[in-house]
Design a protein around this ligand. Structure first.
Ligand SMILES: Cc1cc2nc3c(=O)[nH]c(=O)nc-3n(C[C@H](O)[C@H](O)[C@H](O)COP(=O)(O)OP(=O)(O)OC[C@H]3O[C@@H](n4cnc5c(N)ncnc54)[C@H](O)[C@@H]3O)c2cc1C
Ligand code: SF4
Length: 310
């Protein structure tokens, strides 16, 4: 039995104030990840700050033609929002490729970005896990790691980030906007938001203690076709073995621009500028993305202690 205090924030500043006053406080939005982790004894917050009543549920167009998405917009509402369906279809597809309808109705935009890894050993408190208990070891290296990372890993952790939505947002160059306990607002490019595990796999983002995501901004939709493909063990209700969010524009029969973000491969949604550059100027075909066109350095994972198959 975990004892914790439950409190409901009355406004945004109040939420941040309550979180910063208690080192082991956690915000709770849809609760679809955090409550599971508490039930499994993986997360042990001493204070839960319910943010569900905060005014962060709007999806609004920005003056530059982009989109501002409140942190509490449910995943379902975002996927079926007319502007998202029309102008950011890869985001709609990525969200709908994840979880189930009931979960998407509960899950929030901020919570989805901050959901934790699905590494089996992270959930199994009988097994060592550096992310759950720093310094205890990593059971996945040398264990069952078929669903885990092959890029951006360290000898401390090879977990992947499980969000589909974050992969689409990475291809779209989203910006995450926060409120810090000192009252400052931060705008964090999604490329800078997640951290590689290194020696501190328990620290997954650049967020400070008590910092609240208030919304996510998308720039105007880039030119080109948008696609999201997810490979998984079951047709639904399964996390990605690998996924890709792609935005490709073609001019005069040649690829003019390309943004490719990969999920299921790394501790964060993964982009490699060399892969995108290799496509520019080629005629679109399955042969366009060939290994031979990449420099050798881009074919090698930064650290890959074990193969990602178990
Ligand atoms: C069976 C199952 C299958 C699933 N399948 C998929 C899948 O295929 N693809 C996929 O992408 N996801 C999947 N999910 C995960 C689901 O998408 C997440 O659980 C959900 O998005 C989390 O959102 P939430 O609002 O419920 O977060 P919560 O559980 O409320 O919170 C998650 C974390 O985010 C923090 N947090 C929440 N909001 C904020 C905020 N505004 N600012 C700062 N911190 C915040 C909380 O403190 C907590 O640490 C699955 C989940 C389950 C249970
Ligand atoms: S891969 Fe990371 S999350 Fe999984 S057991 Fe190792 S340290 Fe824990």
């Amino acid at each position: 039995m975990i004892n914790f205090e439950y409190t409901r924030a009355s406004d945004i500043a109040d939420a941040v104030r309550r979180a910063s006053a208690e080192p082991r406080a956690k915000f709770i939005a849809g609760g679809t990840n955090l409550v599971d982790l508490m039930k499994e004894d993986v997360e042990r917050p001493t204070r839960l700050i319910d943010i569900t009543q905060l005014p962060l549920k709007a999806v609004e167009e920005t003056p530059d033609g982009g989109l501002k998405i409140g942190a509490l917009v449910p995943n379902s509402d975002l996927a079926y929002h007319p502007i998202v369906e029309r102008r950011y279809p890869l985001l709609a597809r990525a969200i709908l490729a994840g979880a189930s309808q009931q979960l998407r109705n509960m899950a929030s935009t901020g919570g989805n970005l901050l959901q934790r890894t699905r590494c089996y050993y992270f959930y199994d408190t009988a097994m060592p896990c550096n992310k759950r208990e720093p310094g205890s070891g990593c059971s996945a290296i040398g264990g069952f790691n078929r669903i885990l990372a092959v890029l951006g890993t360290s000898d401390q952790c090879i977990a992947t980030h499980p969000s589909d939505m974050a992969v689409a947002m990475r291809a779209l160059d989203a910006v995450i906007v926060t409120l810090k306990p000192d009252g400052d607002r931060r705008r964090i490019a999604i490329s800078d938001f997640y951290r590689l595990p290194g020696d501190t796999p328990q620290i997954e983002t650049v967020l400070e203690a008590g910092e609240l995501i208030t919304h996510v901004e998308l720039p105007p939709p880039p030119k080109g076709i948008q696609l999201y493909r997810k490979v998984r063990d079951r047709a639904s209700y399964a996390f990605a073995l690998v996924s890709v969010a792609g935005i490709i524009s073609v001019e005069g029969g040649k690829i003019a621009s390309a943004a490719l973000a990969f999920g299921g491969l790394a501790p964060m949604p993964w982009r490699n500028p060399a892969v995108e550059a290799a496509l520019i100027g080629q005629a679109p075909s399955t042969a366009a993305l060939t290994e031979s066109r990449l420099p050798t350095s881009d074919r090698t994972a930064p650290h890959c202690p074990t193969p990602a198959s178990g």
